[in-house]
Design a protein around this ligand. Structure first.
Ligand code: BEZ
Length: 241
């Protein structure tokens, strides 16, 4: 019997991993052609797939993401969507969203970020967005966080039936930028303003120092120390006004 990995190899489905260079492609989008990730160098990008145009969960997601686009842009992050539908379907769907759909207080929502047409599934397959166990004809809800150097930094997958949590996508973006900017790690459920984790002591001497409590940090034990970074400092260093 074939394993899932063998099935994926047979149908040419790749699974990029965290730390890999984002696979390159050129594509037609609702905002013209793009050369990915080349033209996004210097910015973070969230590349995300949705199963199909003119479907309810996807419509709720696009309205939510488009309403929050400025917030992501202010954190130096651009949004790029993809489904295996064609360009004219994308255009018609985005026009319908703007002209007809009022949902949870959102109306007249204009999707200004590019939505890739991928009828051949070329890009979806390169990024492991096709999951044959879930659907052979629709991409799952994949989210790729790509950093300003074009490296994949985080990947989140949701099934067809579940809309994403956009607060979590923003939290993850700010958390990764905070980790880079301040050389720290972030604990469970971290939000800006919460204590951050300092790198674990790398020598017996440092471990001992940490336990004397002289440094400006709180140590639960020698390997688990936190310090404060205010949300104002994070706003100043990461988020544009
Ligand atoms: C939706 O977006 O509503 C949807 C799309 C594909 C399968 C199930 C739900």
């Amino acid at each position: 019997m074939e394993t899932n990995t063998q099935i994926n190899e047979n149908i040419g489905v790749a699974m990029p991993r965290i730390g890999d260079k984002a696979p390159a492609f050129k594509a037609v989008t609702t905002q013209g052609e793009i050369d990915f990730p080349k033209q996004y160098g210097g910015s973070w990008v969230i590349l995300f797939s949705h199963p199909a145009d003119f479907t309810p969960v996807c419509t709720s997601e696009f309205m939510t993401f488009a309403s929050q686009e400025k917030k992501f842009n202010n954190a130096n992050c651009k949004l790029v969507g993809l489904s295996v539908d064609g360009l004219y379907s994308h255009i018609a769907w985005l026009r319908t969203i703007k002209e007809k759909i009022e949902y949870k207080g959102m109306k007249n929502v204009e999707v200004k970020f590019p939505l890739i047409e991928d009828i051949t599934m070329e890009v979806a397959k390169k990024y492991g967005m096709m999951m044959p166990g879930e659907s052979n004809t629709k991409a799952v809800r994949a989210v790729f966080f790509i950093d300003p150097k074009g490296i994949i930094r985080a990947i989140i997958y949701y099934p067809l039936s579940l809309g994403r949590n956009f607060d979590e996508l923003y939290r993850a973006l700010i958390a990764m930028q905070t980790a880079d900017e301040f050389s720290v790690a972030l604990p469970a459920d971290w939000r800006p303003g919460d204590d951050v984790i300092v790198p674990t002591a790398g020598s017996c001497g440092v471990a001992k120092e940490r336990m004397t409590g002289k440094e400006e940090m709180h140590c639960y034990d020698w390997f688990f120390c936190t310090k404060k970074i205010s949300s104002e400092e994070i706003n100043q260093r990461i988020i544009k006004k």
